[in-house]
Design a protein around this ligand. Structure first.
Ligand SMILES: [Zn+2]
Length: 282
């Protein structure tokens, strides 16, 4: 079991490294392309793709670091590093998206010429690069790989949209405002998605009860155990948005088999991705 897990992570590391370098190379093409074509839509995509590259680098790094065992200094291990990373990336991309809006909105009223043929070439390169990444990750088994796979798949469609835009610009002279219009759409989409991501990440850092955890249902199933009188004190918080930590003080009838009660509590909490649980009986 353990050897198997390590094997998955090693393979995941290799896949993510490959996708990271693909994205990095693509970022360089896109930023040159954005400047050469004068397209705000491609520039907005560059912001998106650059944030993807940073996210992939972080995921790749975390495949090593987050698996590392806890230490005396970080007794919970390194899982929260991924949440901190998400906060930093989200803030950065939201700021960049506002910069795009600031540039693109005036252009709606005074459209500038763009090189539609150049945009078409970059869109084709984009579709190829993103498709190769999707192919490389499609058999991935770890959470990080799957998350990035679905994201990259969405990105393929984003470049298909740019391809359609470039064709429209090529054949329809009256459409130069479409380029800033599309870039505003991309910027708003980034602000919305990363804003939501930021909100969720901050909730985890503030030790909010995990979203999928029903406190009432949990209390009821614990208090239904024979020998348990009631839960006196209860806390649950998530380390990284997936794995949670729980502490609870339970008022029990000491005439009952306490070890059995403990076992049942473990069984119930196992349903909720609880990786560490502290139980006190009183
Ligand atoms: Zn993306």
């Amino acid at each position: 079991m353990r050897i198997d897990t390590h094997h998955h992570h090693k393979k995941a590391g290799e896949n993510l490294a490959f996708v990271f370098f693909m994205n990095l190379a693509f970022n360089i093409i896109v930023v040159i392309g954005a400047l050469a074509t004068n397209s705000m839509a491609i520039l907005a995509d560059f912001i998106h793709d650059a944030s993807d590259t940073i996210s992939i680098a972080l995921a790749w790094f975390l495949e090593h670091v987050a698996q590392k065992d806890s230490t005396d200094k970080y007794s919970y291990g390194y899982q929260r590093f991924s949440i901190l990373g998400a906060v930093i990336i989200s803030v950065f991309v939201i700021i960049m998206a506002f910069v795009i809006l600031q540039e693109a909105i005036p252009r709606l009223f005074a459209p500038e010429g763009v090189d539609a043929e150049g945009m078409l070439i970059i869109a084709v390169i984009g579709i190829i690069f993103k498709s190769i990444s999707v192919y490389r990750l499609h058999r991935g088994e770890t959470f990080n790989e799957k998350a990035i796979l679905f994201h990259q798949l969405g990105d393929v469609f984003e470049w298909v949209a740019i391809l359609i835009l470039s064709l429209v610009l090529m054949f329809w002279d009256g459409a130069p405002y479409l380029d800033p219009f599309v870039s505003i759409g991309i910027a708003l989409w980034l602000i919305f998605n990363l804003g939501r991501n930021l909100y969720k990440s901050v909730e985890v850092l503030l030790q909010k009860t995990p979203d999928n955890f029903d406190v009432r249902e949990f209390r009821q199933s614990i208090e239904a155990i024979e020998g348990v009188n009631m839960i006196d004190d209860f806390h649950i918080w998530s380390l990284d948005g997936i794995d949670s930590v729980m502490t609870l003080k339970v008022d029990v009838d000491f005439g009952k088999d306490v070890a059995e009660i403990k076992k049942e509590i473990y069984n119930i909490s196992n349903r909720y991705h609880v990786v560490d649980i502290t139980i006190e009986f009183e």
